[in-house]
Write a protein that binds this ligand. Structure first.
Ligand SMILES: Cc1cc2nc3c(=O)[nH]c(=O)nc-3n(C[C@H](O)[C@H](O)[C@H](O)COP(=O)(O)OP(=O)(O)OC[C@H]3O[C@@H](n4cnc5c(N)ncnc54)[C@H](O)[C@@H]3O)c2cc1C
Length: 545
């Protein structure tokens, strides 16, 4: 009778085993910030080995439910989430996952420390990182645009570390007409009347994807219809609004009806609903008609979170695959001792380190921009690097998750191992917060506006020229060739212009994204032996070294 049973992989401490994150933090943070950051990361790392995976499993096993009516037929629109989802909210507040980005004592390093914490949290959070992304982005927008009373009241909740005061925000942009092209938005905003500052409206329309629907507030776009001239069509006619959601026990939501929760491929614990707004009270943020321009600060934050989630998912997938490789035997040897399997894992880890290097560069630049210490050139590069990072890393996250499943053989395809979730949750990273194509076109827009893509290419070229020993010579030559190739490709595309330029945007963007990863990893590799080996490997994988 068969007596063999395979040991399951064990959730590792994701910080203790993250040499890449250690190296990034060591090179980016001054000593006085570094030691406290390492302590906070160590606490989170411990949680990734025990508390967080257990909460994530429970939250996935008990997905949210929409209860439209009570037993007596009253519309209540209750969204029931699992206690584990609530525990993830509490955990997020206690570990200051949003608040760290606004911690005055951290100055320009706030986003770097925050990115490290989120890198550890995201992949073990059953996508609680999604509500956090929108919460952080809402804080950014309110700080930049909201009237003082609203700003002070809401930002205090969004950045609270006391779970009793911590609130989250949604972001309701996508309508049935489209998520990429919000210019087709049908929702209208009607003046609420009464005394006030002219900023009170009621909203009327349908929002087609609203994640974190249990949040206390949301930012959304609508077209002002004041009964005078017809509303301005297209994206120029859109204004930005803040909705404070009023839920009255037994009486539903004020001015909002929940149609249903989406039945999604992944992100199962995250409530994502379809809503009708019919009289939802809202406050206008910023100038009327400037809605699309006004969400740019929000997009920087949510896209950075997306890139962090990609790096995080890749790191966890690699860590689980490596753990399993030490437990599984094939052909008389542990998988980890089989040269080809060991190479497969090392390649995945090199790619993950490169992704992390780009993510941490973006976080550092965003921190400097928000602290007011970024140069004009750094601000310009940040504008292009964020979409580049989001689109490039999301594609890599899907590929890495797929490879990780293969590392477990058949077990990787079996639901109750929990492993298929790695792939399902990675797939969304390419879609929300701007698809690959949409972000590639965004880069062209950024280039046309202030030359930000050229600024990135110029910076990469200068970095490539500065590469030196101890970096591998073949890898360095490949990087320099690739930068020249990218610059030539960009020039040809710009000369071709029109549809040809648009058609080439995605290839150009992915090429630039991989090169940026290689060059930021090279910076880390100058002082770190393992990073240097990963730089060599990544250059071989992506740049043909
Ligand atoms: C799990 C989940 C949660 C979500 N949560 C939210 C949320 O909380 N709030 C919210 O507002 N939205 C949310 N979304 C919606 C998401 O942001 C949109 O699905 C996304 O922006 C794409 O929009 P779309 O679905 O309308 O696709 P479309 O815009 O119709 O895109 C379809 C395809 O066309 C391509 N495309 C579009 N325009 C161009 C172009 N000009 N050139 C080339 N290709 C193009 C796209 O790349 C894509 O491949 C969520 C989506 C998912 C899956």
């Amino acid at each position: 009778m068969a007596s063999f049973f395979q040991d399951a992989p064990v959730d590792p401490d994701l910080f203790a085993g993250d040499a890449a994150l250690h190296a990034e933090l060591r090179r980016r943070l001054p000593a006085e910030v570094l030691s406290a950051a390492l302590e906070r990361c160590a606490a989170l790392g411990e949680a990734t080995a025990r508390e967080l995976p257990a909460l994530a499993r429970q939250a996935e096993a008990q997905p949210p439910v929409h209860v439209p009516y009570d037993a007596w037929g009253r519309r209540v629109d209750e969204l029931r989430t699992s206690p584990a989802w609530e525990a993830l909210r509490v955990f997020s507040a206690r570990h200051a996952l949003v608040a760290t980005g606004y911690e005055p004592g951290l100055g320009a390093h706030a986003r770097t420390v925050q990115a490290a914490l989120l890198h550890l949290f995201s992949a073990s959070s059953a996508t609680y990182s999604c509500p956090l992304a929108m919460t952080d982005a809402a804080a950014r927008v309110l700080l930049d645009l909201a009237p003082a009373e609203l700003r002070d009241r809401l930002v205090a909740g969004l950045t609270a570390t006391d779970p009793a005061r911590f609130i989250t925000s949604g972001q309701w942009m996508t309508e049935r007409t489209g998520g990429s092209d919000v210019g087709g938005t049908e929702t209208v905003a009607r003046p609420a009347g009464g005394a006030g500052d002219g900023r009170r409206f009621t909203l009327h329309g349908v929002k087609w994807f609203t994640s974190a629907t249990t949040s206390e507030m949301a930012l959304t776009l609508a077209r002002i219809d004041d009964g005078g001239a017809p509303p301005v069509p297209g994206s120029r006619g859109l204004s930005l609004f803040c909705v404070e959601i009023a839920r009255e026990p037994g009486r539903g939501w004020r001015g909002i009806t929940v149609h249903r929760l989406k039945d999604k491929l992944g992100t199962k614990a995250l409530p994502t609903a379809e809503l009708t707004l019919d009289g939802a009270p809202a406050t206008l943020l910023g100038a009327p008609g400037r809605g699309v321009a006004n969400i740019s600060g929000m997009l920087n934050v949510t896209r950075l979170y997306n890139a962090i989630a990609s790096a995080s998912g890749m790191h966890r997938a690699c860590a689980l695959a490596r753990d399993y490789a030490g437990r599984r035997v094939a052909f008389g040897r542990k998988l980890i001792d089989l040269p080809l399997h060991a190479t497969t894992l090392a390649d995945m880890e090199a790619e993950t380190a490169a992704v992390l290097a780009l993510v941490m560069e973006c976080a550092a630049l965003l921190g400097r921009a928000e602290a007011g210490t970024a140069s004009e050139d750094e601000r310009r590069r940040l504008r292009a690097l964020i979409p580049l990072a989001k689109l490039t890393t999301a594609k890599q996250a899907v590929a890495c998750a797929s490879e990780a499943l293969e590392c477990f053989g058949g077990a990787g395809y079996v639901e109750d191992t929990g492993l298929p979730r790695l792939l399902r949750d990675a797939q969304v990273l390419t879609i929300w917060e701007g698809t690959t194509n949409v972000l590639s076109l965004d880069l062209l827009r950024a280039e046309a506006k202030d030359g930000s893509f050229s600024a990135v290419v110029k910076d990469l070229a200068a970095r490539a020229e500065g590469l030196a020993r101890p970096l591998d010579r073949v890898a360095v030559a490949a990087v320099r060739d690739a930068v020249r190739g990218l610059a030539a490709h960009a020039q040809q595309a710009v000369q071709a212009g029109g549809d040809a330029l648009e058609a080439s945007a995605r290839k150009l963007a992915l090429r630039a994204g991989h090169l940026a990863e290689a060059l930021f990893l090279a910076d880390t590799a100058m002082a770190d032996e393992l990073a240097a080996e990963r730089f060599r490997r990544f250059a071989a994988l992506r740049l043909g070294a």
